[in-house]
Design a protein around this ligand. Structure first.
Ligand SMILES: Cc1cc2nc3c(=O)[nH]c(=O)nc-3n(C[C@H](O)[C@H](O)[C@H](O)COP(=O)(O)OP(=O)(O)OC[C@H]3O[C@@H](n4cnc5c(N)ncnc54)[C@H](O)[C@@H]3O)c2cc1C
Length: 507
């Protein structure tokens, strides 16, 4: 079932306790700092119904329409559909929004793959994850991600400091578990549910812990408080800061003040093995939509830089062309990783179709680790005028308008107002609070850089280079211990030698 934008807006009017700038928000849907993103999310819901976009955003099964973003990926074709749906969303709104559901829902599919682990703990937990994946399809909620606790002093175990620094279970009841603590969650203040789980990677030898808990949190639950950072929308005129005023996804410290989580929403509890499994596999699917955002961001940087170079006639300079080419290499590097991750997609242990893991995780490192350099190249290409140009009010005021029209009009094609708009767009993308926040988001929001590299280390096929060098250097057979790889046994040769997954699904 697909909801409408109006259904979604109604669903977040549930009396939740949302605070921003020290004040309690009366209505999150109409508050000026949340409204732009709530409206975008509502528009996405409506796009699932709109005859113009419905076939791109939703699919029909047994006479019922469901969202493509929520569909369990079973074939390679599902990934092309998801990529196209995400592109359609971003094209429609003309900017980048990340925590809107298509990226976060994939975290649950990782746990679907972990049903064997859950079954060892308690078969009810694997039934719960299956039910929740079905529920996402049927109820079409806005789903976000909750991992990061305040953490406190990490040189001490949680028991030796305020125990609430890490979210934990305080008691069990017949109805469910009661949890206490806090999590950082982008978009939680205007979403419906969050897959909540620990960030701890090292559990030592402990098999059980009150901190090893994962659940779906209904964000309308009593006892939750949403303390939000101040939004960027409304701080300065939209004409001067067009991205800040439209695309700010407000982050929230969600306080769990003894919140009851019904048993049917508990996905694992006390068993550190289940917590370790989800930590290691969390972004197996969701990294795809996350990396796809960097592709769009690269397009935004290329477009702004090239328009500026064309406006000022600098695009004929070879040195300028080389810098534009560097942006294009970055963009196409991401594109190649995403495309190849689908083309060489692989079956997960749970029978789903995963983007090729090594290509996806190396693509995430490429996209996130080079973003700051690419922003700097784009900033350089846009020139210093992105930070010295007066605001629109000065372009409109009778005394200053003639001067600004004179000095910002370049030729008959590039009038002052278009140049002002381009510079305002570039400033907001590269130099504003919003720009810094987006850069930090891509750095941290799917875990910090060291964890991105750890995912590469776990997923890259080390046997290939080892085997090649063993043979090329004439090393003895036993130098590696055990080499499991057969000749031609790489992902690429498998692609040539076996039936592509998309055809397998069709056959
Ligand atoms: C804009 C934004 C949005 C976010 N949205 C969400 C969200 O929706 N949901 C969510 O759960 N979280 C969210 N986060 C939180 C994010 O997941 C964390 O910031 C991230 O996991 C890093 O944790 P931390 O901030 O506590 O940094 P820390 O753990 O304090 O790490 C800081 C730095 O210390 C170093 N470091 C720490 N531990 C190690 C280690 N073991 N090995 C090597 N180096 C180490 C690294 O350099 C690391 O970058 C968001 C963060 C940002 C910035």
């Amino acid at each position: 079932m697909i909801r409408t934008g109006a259904d979604y807006i109604e669903s977040i009017r549930d009396g939740r306790a949302v605070y921003v700038g020290g004040e309690k928000v009366k209505d999150v849907a109409s508050h000026p700092m949340f409204k732009p993103l709530v409206d975008i999310r509502a528009r996405f819901y409506d796009m699932q119904h709109d005859p113009r976009t419905r076939h791109l955003m939703a699919y029909e099964e047994d006479g019922e329409w469901n969202g493509i973003g929520n569909k369990l990926p079973l074939t390679q074709g599902d990934w092309w559909d998801k990529r196209r749906a995400t592109d359609t969303l971003l094209e429609e709104v003309g900017g980048v929004v990340t925590r809107v559901g298509d990226e976060t829902v994939g975290e649950m599919w990782s746990l679907f793959d972990g049903q064997d682990v859950l079954n060892e703990v308690d078969p009810q937990f694997s039934a719960n994850i299956r039910n929740h994946i079905q529920r996402v399809l049927k109820a079409d909620p806005f789903h976000v991600s909750a991992n990061t606790d305040p953490k406190g002093d990490r040189s001490k175990p949680p028991q030796d400091q305020d125990p609430d620094m890490l979210l934990h279970v305080v008691r069990e009841t017949d109805a469910g578990i009661v949890v206490r603590g806090a999590k950082y969650e982008t978009a939680a203040a205007y979403a419906n549910q969050a897959f909540t789980k620990p960030t701890i990677a090292n559990w030592g030898n402990a098999a059980y812990s009150d901190y090893a808990v994962g659940f779906i949190c209904d964000l309308g639950s009593p006892g939750l408080k949403f303390i939000c950072r101040t939004g960027f929308a409304g701080r300065a005129p939209a004409d001067d800061y067009p991205l800040s005023n439209s695309f700010d996804e407000v982050d929230t410290l969600v306080i769990f003040d003894d919140v009851l989580i019904p048993w049917e929403n508990v996905l694992f509890y006390r068993h550190t093995r289940a917590a370790m499994f989800i930590r290691a596999t969390l972004h197996r699917y969701s990294a795809f939509a996350f990396v796809q955002r960097n592709l769009k961001l690269a397009d935004m940087m290329i477009g702004a830089a090239l328009f500026n170079a064309r406006q000022t006639g600098l695009d004929k300079q070879q040195a300028v062309q080389e810098k534009l080419a560097q942006l294009a290499v970055y963009r196409e590097g991401i594109n190649a990783h995403l495309t190849a991750a689908i083309a060489l997609s692989e079956r997960s242990p749970g029978g789903l179709m995963m983007p090729n893991q090594s290509l996806l995780y190396t693509g995430r490192v490429l996209a996130c680790s080079q973003l700051h350099e690419m922003m700097h190249i784009a900033r350089e290409l846009c020139g210093g005028q992105i930070c010295v140009t007066p605001d629109k009010a000065a372009f409109d005021a009778p005394e200053t308008k003639p001067w600004l029209d004179k000095f910002y009009t370049i030729n008959s094609e590039w009038i002052a107002d278009d140049r002002r708009k381009l510079l305002a767009f570039a400033r907001d993308m590269l130099n504003s609070d919003y720009a810094g926040h987006r850069l930090t988001f891509q750095l941290f929001a799917q875990s910090p850089p060291f964890a991105h590299l750890a995912a590469v280390y776990r997923n890259f096929d080390w046997d290939g280079p080892l085997d090649f060098v063993r043979k090329a250097a004439g090393l003895s057979e036993n130098v590696l211990g055990k080499v499991t790889r057969a000749p031609g046994d790489s992902a690429v040769s498998q692609w040539f030698n076996t039936t592509p997954p998309s055809r397998q699904a069709a056959e």
